[in-house]
Design a protein around this ligand. Structure first.
Ligand code: PEP
Ligand code: MN
Length: 341
């Protein structure tokens, strides 16, 4: 950590900063320039992170050198992590050259409908079936999901088609139940900073799909991943799903640069979700391919066989045929990068 002092800082103020650093059993390395003094702090940064050094008179800025997300950082784990979802020969992999293919409807609506969709996406090459049983809806009057019944349907249909399943937990009280039925627990954009929920899923042994909050920076997302990792669960897959933008031509603003940014600072896999990022079926294929070309470790797409009847997010669903075409293109882009999808 570097503490940059103001030009106007007095010798007494500088001495006080050094004293504070040393009182935390850290070393202060003073470097005096013509105009400014910089103090390099050597030792366990964690001790100083919580100290309000920027509040000391004479301090202009405190700059972190090591990221605060220690476990999620690339420095902690130089190799890319590979996260496996499900068991045996049907396990899906994300990261380290594996491009996972998550697809399915926004919500589990009925066993028959999910069965048809699952059959189609499996044939197209999907490796994980998605479907919400608990839906975080903007309106309390919208369809909230089938709850436990939805979890049961998802499990049965996934097993029938040899697909591991991912579904969202929106309440810490449901985490145990969701972990019983699902192979992967999704934490949605609206809950990315629900720290109680992050802590609960961190205590499970199920991989976590952590979606970027709609107003969250990449660093915020990394800190949320750190919550899960710090509880002992190392299997986190991040997901770029768009952030709020000023242009309402798309549902959100797809931030493809988040993919290489995460790879630069972290070993965790990151996938893209162009369905929620754009909200428009005609834009989804191009954004999915751009994500994979940017290095994404997976693609998350909403697919429905009758979007006009869908109980949530129907307008952004791809039809099974459209998904099949996109999946074959994704495989080609992945192969061009030496990866498997
Ligand atoms: C979803 O996956 O259906 C969902 C609600 O996603 P997000 O949290 O990204 O909005
Ligand atoms: Mn959705």
């Amino acid at each position: 950590m570097l503490i940059i002092l103001r030009e106007s800082a007095t010798d007494a103020q500088i001495a006080h900063v050094v004293e504070r650093v040393e009182s935390l059993e850290l070393k202060a390395h003073l470097s005096k320039g013509t105009y400014r003094t910089v103090i390099g702090v050597i030792g366990d940064e964690e001790k100083i992170r919580t100290a309000p050094l920027a509040a000391i008179p004479g301090v202009a800025e405190v700059v972190e050198v090591q990221p605060a997300f220690k476990l999620a950082s690339r420095a902690a784990h130089p190799e890319a992590s590979i996260v496996s979802v499900g068991k045996g020969e049907n396990a899906a992999k994300f990261g380290g050259g594996h491009v996972g293919m998550i697809a399915g409807p926004c919500a589990v609506e009925s066993a028959e409908r999910l069965d048809e969709i699952a059959g189609a996406i499996k044939q197209a090459g999907a490796t994980v079936l998605r479907g919400g049983a608990y839906k975080p809806r903007t309106s309390p009057y919208s369809f909230q999901g089938l709850g436990e019944e939805g979890l049961r349907i998802l499990r049965e249909v996934g097993d029938k088609h040899g697909l591991p399943v991912v579904t969202e937990a929106i309440d810490p009280r449901h985490v145990e139940l969701v972990a019983e039925w699902a192979d992967m627990i999704q934490l949605g954009a609206r809950n990315m900073q629900n720290f109680v929920l992050l802590t609960e899923v961190g205590k499970t042994d199920k991989p976590v799909l952590l979606k970027r909050g709609m107003a969250a920076t990449v660093k915020d997302m990394m800190m949320s991943a750190e919550y899960v990792l710090s509880q002992g669960n190392p299997n986190v897959v991040l997901c770029e799903r768009g952030v709020k933008g000023f242009d309402n031509a798309t549902r959100n603003m797809f931030d493809v640069a988040a993919v290489p940014q995460v790879h630069e600072c972290s070993h965790l896999p990151i996938i893209v979700d162009p369905s929620h990022a754009t909200g428009r079926p005609e834009l989804i294929p191009a954004c999915a391919l751009a994500g994979v070309a940017a290095g994404a470790d997976g693609v998350h797409i909403e697919v429905h066989n009758k979007p006009e009847d869908a109980m949530s997010d129907g307008a952004q669903a791809l039809l099974p045929d459209q998904y099949a075409e996109l999946a074959s293109q994704i495989k080609k882009v992945a192969a061009a990068l030496g990866k498997t999808a």
